[in-house]
Write a protein that binds this ligand. Structure first.
Ligand SMILES: Cc1cc2nc3c(=O)[nH]c(=O)nc-3n(C[C@H](O)[C@H](O)[C@H](O)COP(=O)(O)OP(=O)(O)OC[C@H]3O[C@@H](n4cnc5c(N)ncnc54)[C@H](O)[C@@H]3O)c2cc1C
Length: 305
């Protein structure tokens, strides 16, 4: 399974496979995980999720942009997303990647771009989450997050990945800011020098981060489909008198939808991360790597046509 996971994550960077998969597009099953290729496709999906009691975020898919002008187009697209959310009264915020905003070109460019979007979101009473990408971007991402908070921006959060050894120290460093943190296991291929290779260790580290974050002053987004960790969170919050306003569960669009609604019925906030956009290939490959059984689902769709 680990070899297959590594293969799928390596395939995320294959231009040849990307061309092939994108050609067969949504028919192959990307539609299970992605709300469409345009904002107009995504809005009814977001609305339907909201109507069933779920909070949502949305992401214009894309990453690793290498051209400054392209980052400006991404900023313009996100401004439109925030305007549309506001106009349509959706219970949706935005999650974005700094490499989509130019982090691989210049950290200062990415910082300026994200500041603009965080300010635009604040003017519309909204919130921006900065996703966490490959380990080589963690320092810059946390620097930018910290700079935003120190400049007085409250409507911004980021992410820590439990597979990285460093995350425990990163969390300790962020806690004085009363941060809004999403905790995830981690979706990229990382070497064993810096990340736990064994799932049991990743899960144990997740529980540790979740408890420390909940015991702190900020807000914690428990982003996992792992029922053991979800029940662990609920039990920990109950035992320590942590109110439901201080945390929420987050899951991905298309993954464990019944569990999402069960948690809503139990009175918890659940946010469904619901991305859209034509650049869905890498996102899809990461979803396959998380659960290689998804490959069968995809291949069945291919055979059925
Ligand atoms: C809202 C959200 C935001 C995220 N943001 C980031 C981020 O910024 N950076 C980052 O590195 N990672 C991010 N991730 C991905 C995360 O790191 C994991 O790769 C992903 O959540 C799978 O791990 P898990 O916690 O669900 O646990 P796992 O132990 O992998 O899965 C638990 C169970 O959930 C189900 N499941 C999990 N994944 C899938 C899937 N793809 N398809 C079908 N079933 C599945 C299976 O039943 C599995 O047994 C995010 C995840 C979520 C939910």
């Amino acid at each position: 399974m680990r070899a297959l996971r590594s293969l799928l994550l390596a395939a995320a960077d294959s231009p040849w496979l990307q061309r092939f998969v994108q050609k067969y597009g949504f028919r192959l099953g990307a539609a299970r995980f992605v709300a469409g290729e345009t904002l107009d496709d995504a809005v009814p999906v977001l609305r339907r999720l909201n109507e069933s009691g779920l909070l949502t975020n949305t992401t214009l898919l894309g990453e690793g942009v290498r051209d400054e002008a392209e980052t400006r187009a991404v900023v313009a697209a996100y401004r439109e997303v925030l305007d549309r959310i506001h106009a349509d009264g959706l219970r949706t915020n935005v999650a974005l990647k700094l490499t989509h905003l130019g982090l691989t070109i210049d950290e200062e460019l990415a910082r300026r771009n994200v500041v603009e979007l965080v300010e635009h979101a604040a003017n519309r009473g909204n919130f921006v989450r900065i996703d966490m990408e490959e380990s080589r971007h963690v320092d810059a991402t946390l620097r930018i997050y910290r700079a935003l908070r120190e400049a007085g921006h409250e409507n911004v959060g980021t992410v820590l990945q439990s597979y990285l050894f460093r995350s425990e120290d990163d969390l300790a460093g962020l806690l004085p800011l009363a941060p809004n943190l999403r905790i995830v296991k981690g979706a990229y291929l990382e070497p064993p020098e810096i990340a736990y290779p064994r799932k049991a260790d990743v899960d144990a580290a997740y529980a540790g981060l979740m408890e420390t974050s909940l015991a702190g002053e900020g807000f914690t987004a428990i982003a996992t489909h792992d029922e053991t960790l979800i029940e662990h969170t609920i039990a920990f919050a109950r035992e320590h008198g942590i109110s439901k306003e201080r945390f929420q569960f987050q899951m991905l669009y298309g993954v464990r939808p019944r569990l999402q609604l069960d948690l809503v019925r139990r009175g918890f906030d659940v946010l469904v991360a619901t991305p859209y956009g034509p650049e869905w290939y890498r996102y899809l490959m990461r979803r396959l790597a998380e659960r290689p059984a998804n490959l069968l689902f995809l291949l069945r769709n291919l055979v059925r046509g």
